[in-house]
Each structure stands twice: as C-alpha cells, then as structure tokens.
Design a protein around this ligand. Structure first.
Ligand code: SF4
Ligand code: SF4
Length: 276
C-alpha cells in the first residue's frame, strides 16, 4: 500500500509520523519534501546510490529569431520576455511545457537538459528498508516536477511505501498525494493548524482518498474533534505535546521506535486500513 503522510501546516510533525510509520511497517520511505528533506536524519540510511533528474529548458537561436514575440505572448508562465529585439528566459518560471517551440514560426527554439535535482537511495538498518530522498537543486522552482519524477518511479514491489510529502497545499503537495492509497493527515490542533488542515482535507476529498487523521503535539483535541465530526471524520491517533518526545527527536530517534506509546497509537490508527 502507498501511504502519503501530509499536513497543511509546516512543522506539524509530518516527518515524525512518516518515519514512525516507516519503522512500524518496515516500509520504504520516500522523502518528497524536496525543498528541505530531513527524514534521513532519523532513518540514517547508508550505501547511497544517486541519480540526477533533468528537465528541458528552451534555448533561443538568436540568428534564427525574428523577435516576432509570439513565444513571449503564448508562454502561460511568463517565463519569456522581450527587450528590444532579444528574447530572454527566466528559467525559474519555465515549466518545460514545450509550447514556445511549438508556436515559433522560425524554428528558433530548441531545448537543453537542465538538472533540477537529485534522488538518493540508501538502506536504513533502523527500518530494514530503503530511504529514497529527493533533493531539489538550490534555487530551482521545479519541486513539483522532481516529485512527479520520483512518483513515476515508485517501487511497490518490496512492500508498503511511505511518502513524506511537502507541507502546504500547493501543486507539490497534490503530486505527493496523487499516488496514495491511504492519506495520513497530520494535524497540529491549533487554530492555524486546523485552518490549513481543512484546505488539505478539501484536496484529499476531491481526490477521493481514504484518510486517517493524526493529531500531533496535542494539548486539547476537542476543537479539532468537533470540526472533524461535522465532516464525518474522527481523530485516529493523538500524540501529546511532550518535551520528552522533543528530546528524542533532537537526538535523531524515530519516535515509534523510542516510544512504545507512540508505536501503539499509530499502529492502532492505521490497522483498519493497512495489513500489518
Ligand atoms: S517551455 Fe513552456 S513554460 Fe517554458 S518558456 Fe516555453 S512556453 Fe514558457
Ligand atoms: S516565436 Fe520564435 S521567432 Fe518569434 S520571438 Fe520567439 S523565438 Fe523568436
């Protein structure tokens, strides 16, 4: 089963829960929080292998270009612009959609490969499974494309897969939710956390994914419980705000390995959805 662990709000504890589930299920762990992947801090993989991920980027032949401006007009992402008789590209805005090459009447646009990131795969002794880490090239805005590439190459042949998605509710988060057969929604039960969770919930409901809600760093579940009940959900696991847990995480421990209580509540939360 492919399980995506997501949260609307950053800092809700998504990686804490994702690495804990990887430990419980002895599952391959995919870190798709490609802007700031940190799951390896807990899983401590070794024997790394890596591959680079590329995307195409337009190159304009100045001799062939007549500066007609059609490509700048058609580019939906405003990645091309014209100053005097020269066309310029803002590569961080380009989505490699190929439209500019299609519309150019002079055949002046070709493509070159551009590295957008790296995918590293290591073996974690702690989970007895693989950790696959997506690293977005610094400065690149193509996180969604990198996530989509990793998702296309998901390997489910060795058992369950845990996806640690990016925070927020952007295209990148949608790309990490898309392959999921089960979504684990991690919520910090604060007004801010609940607000962002509701946005994520709309995305997940729109994609018709089964959901398990985990309240993390909880001091009072009642407001969250009331909101979830109105939508037909319940809190499946609640992990309290606990300074001991913070210390364990600072020491690089997988929380479900270090705490039997966390292990048991998370295992119970997913037991109705996942064969363990
Ligand atoms: S490939 Fe698409 S996004 Fe990139 S510059 Fe061309 S039209 Fe714009
Ligand atoms: S469409 Fe082609 S010819 Fe026209 S400005 Fe763009 S690159 Fe130049």
């Amino acid at each position: 089963m492919i399980i995506s662990v997501v949260s609307g709000k950053g800092g809700a504890g998504k990686t804490t829960i994702a690495t804990s589930l990887a430990y419980i299920l002895k599952a391959d762990y995919y870190d798709l929080d490609v802007d700031a992947p940190n799951g390896e801090y807990f899983l401590q993989p070794q024997d790394w292998q890596s591959r680079r991920v590329h995307q195409l980027q337009p190159v304009i032949d100045k001799d062939a270009c007549t500066a007609c401006g059609l490509c700048t007009h058609e580019c939906r992402f405003h990645a091309l612009y014209k100053i005097l008789d020269t066309i310029y590209l803002t590569d961080t805005l380009c989505h490699s959609c190929n439209l500019c090459q299609e519309v150019c009447p002079e055949g002046a646009i070709s493509y070159q490969q551009m590295s957008i990131g790296e995918v590293r795969t290591g073996l974690s002794e702690r989970t007895a499974a693989r950790a696959i880490i997506g690293d977005l090239t610094i400065g690149s805005t193509r996180g969604t494309a990198l996530i989509q590439d990793i998702v296309r190459n998901l390997d489910t042949t060795t058992g369950h897969v845990i996806i640690d998605g990016p925070p927020g509710n952007s295209c990148a988060a949608v790309a990490a939710i898309k392959p999921a057969e089960l979504v684990v929604l991690v919520v910090e039960p604060t007004p801010f956390g609940i607000h962002d969770m509701l946005q994520t919930m709309e995305i997940v409901e729109g994609m018709q994914k089964p959901v398990v809600v985990v309240a993390n760093k909880s001091q009072d579940d009642a407001p969250l419980q009331a909101i979830l009940e109105k939508r037909g959900y319940a809190i499946s696991a609640s992990i309290p705000l606990n300074s001991d847990y913070h210390r364990l995480l600072l020491d690089g421990e997988i929380l479900s390995q270090a705490s039997q209580h966390v292990h048991d509540v998370l295992q119970q939360a997913i037991s109705t959805e996942v064969a363990i």
